[in-house]
Design a protein around this ligand. Sequence first.
Ligand code: FE2
Length: 82
Amino acid sequence: MYPQMIEDAKQEGNNGALRSFNFANDVEKVHAGLYQKALDNLGKNDAVDYYVCKICGNTVEGEPPDECPVCKAKKAAFYKID
Ligand SMILES: [Fe+2]
C-alpha cells in the first residue's frame, strides 16, 4: 500500500505526503516486528512499557531512545501508552 502512495506523492511533488507515507511505511515494519514478538511469546509476555513518537508514530518497548530512529525527533517527542 505505502510503496505506491510514496511513488504517487513523488510524482505529484507533494513533499508533505511523501514524508508522512515514508514514516508510515517505516513504522509499519516496526509494528509488524512488535506484533510478531508478542505472538511468538503468547501467554508468556512480560509486562512492558510502550512509547510512541508523536511525530512519526514509531513505537518502542521499554524506554524511549534519545533520538527516534525513524524521524530523528528527540526523546521528548515520545509519550507513554497507559
Ligand atoms: Fe519518530
